[in-house]
Design a protein around this ligand. Structure first.
Ligand code: FEO
Length: 169
């Protein structure tokens, strides 16, 4: 059994991860409009990862005999001015998600919920990886500026990303 406070916070995080998937789906559509197939592939994997993050939290709430309460998912942005602007937005968003995960870990500490603290470690580590991977692309985009040839080379590189379903917990 989990505390009501933790139950509520975990449900909110399910919503935040679903919103992340929705936001990245909108970004995927943006790259589809630009015909940048590698970026489309990268975003597609990002969407699947976010869905897996949401499902991991959902499964954990169930496992701890909590209650699932699904709220509406906010409408995401749908347009950006450049790939650089998209990745700046992703980086900012991932930093926000990291802050949310840290808040969850704080609640686990406050409520002395050892199991939740242990479970959340996976998400804490995942956020380090997420921020690093986004920051890598972002830094390259900053160097590229308006060099179309370099952008297409990056697009080719992003095509190589594959989805490995995460094992959460
Ligand atoms: Fe689920 Fe990108 O954090």
């Amino acid at each position: 059994m989990i505390s009501e406070k933790m139950n509520t916070a975990l449900n909110k995080q399910v919503n935040a991860e679903m919103y992340s998937a929705y936001l990245y789906l909108a970004m995927q559509a943006y790259f589809q409009r630009l015909n940048l197939k590698g970026f489309v592939n990268w975003m597609n994997i990002q969407v699947q990862e976010e869905m897996a993050h949401a499902k991991g939290l959902y499964d954990y709430i169930q496992e701890r005999d909590g209650e699932i309460i699904l709220e509406a998912i906010e409408k995401p942005e749908s347009n950006w001015n450049s790939p650089l602007e998209v990745f700046e937005a992703i980086y900012k968003h991932e930093q926000h998600v990291t802050a949310l995960i840290n808040q969850l870990a704080d609640i686990a500490d406050e409520t002395k919920d050892r199991a939740a603290a242990l479970f959340l470690q996976w998400y804490i580590k995942e956020q380090v990886e997420e921020e690093a991977s986004v920051s890598g692309v972002l830094e390259t985009l900053k160097m590229i500026k308006s060099d179309t040839h370099a952008l297409l080379l990056l697009d080719k590189e992003l095509m190589a990303r594959v989805f490995n379903p995460p094992v959460i917990g």
